[in-house]
Design a protein around this ligand. Sequence first.
Ligand code: ADP
Length: 257
Amino acid sequence: STNIRGKQSGGRLGLKVKNVIAVGAGKGGVGKSTVAASLAYGLKQFGAKVGLVDADVYGPSIPHLVGTNEKPMAQEFQGRDGQTLTRIIPVEADGLKVMSMAFFVEPDQAVIWRGPMLHKAITQFLQDTEWGELDYLIIDMPPGTGDVSLTLSQLLELAGAVVVCTPQQVALLDAVKAVQMFRQVKIPVLGIVENMSGEIFGRGGAKARGEELQIPFLGEIPMNAEIREKSDAGQISHLVTEELASTEPLLKVAEAT
Ligand code: ADP
């Protein structure tokens, strides 16, 4: 869609992004980052210009998933009032522009983020990063808490959020909380994706819960060893090329935005 939404288009952040999409989950380990990266590569396959922000401060895994060891570069230039301004150049991985909390912390270093720090980091990712013109900016959210969602909703108008969950009952309860959290900060929920469905966790739970909550069900992604292998090997883009690009969830998100 060429629809430019509200504040985000060249607004006070100076972002030239048509659609900002948050990918969230009620808890960790459900495949949120995998879905966020797949969504990004899938949309890129459709010909869109896409950026991916890893805002999962508690476990930033995007650089690993997309297989990059690079660090973003800083570019300094003279502002209008003579001040030196620094712009961050995102890392490129298989044609995708990427920024991650992981770029700024040592591996294995646990980070305790206080609200104001988190707010500042997210703002820098959006405001001080040279994204150029993008059709989509996908944001991999931290699971659970609402801090980052609140910051995002204050900074810009999101096209919406995709909620990822597994078919287990406990995961579904957490997903409901994630949906409520997005609704609270007025981020529209585009839909729910059931990941890891199949023999082990069952299937169909997310669809039923989505109907109860009046949220579109975007589709299911099976539990699949290849998905884990490709993610571990930093080859998530290969996976998308071969399998995920044409999946239902992706098409529905593209339609919804
Ligand atoms: P989260 O971001 O929710 O913490 P990740 O995307 O990091 O979750 O996924 C957690 C683990 O599960 C990773 O090792 C990933 O490769 C694996 N995984 C995710 N989705 C699937 C799937 N559909 N089939 C098999 N493994 C998966």
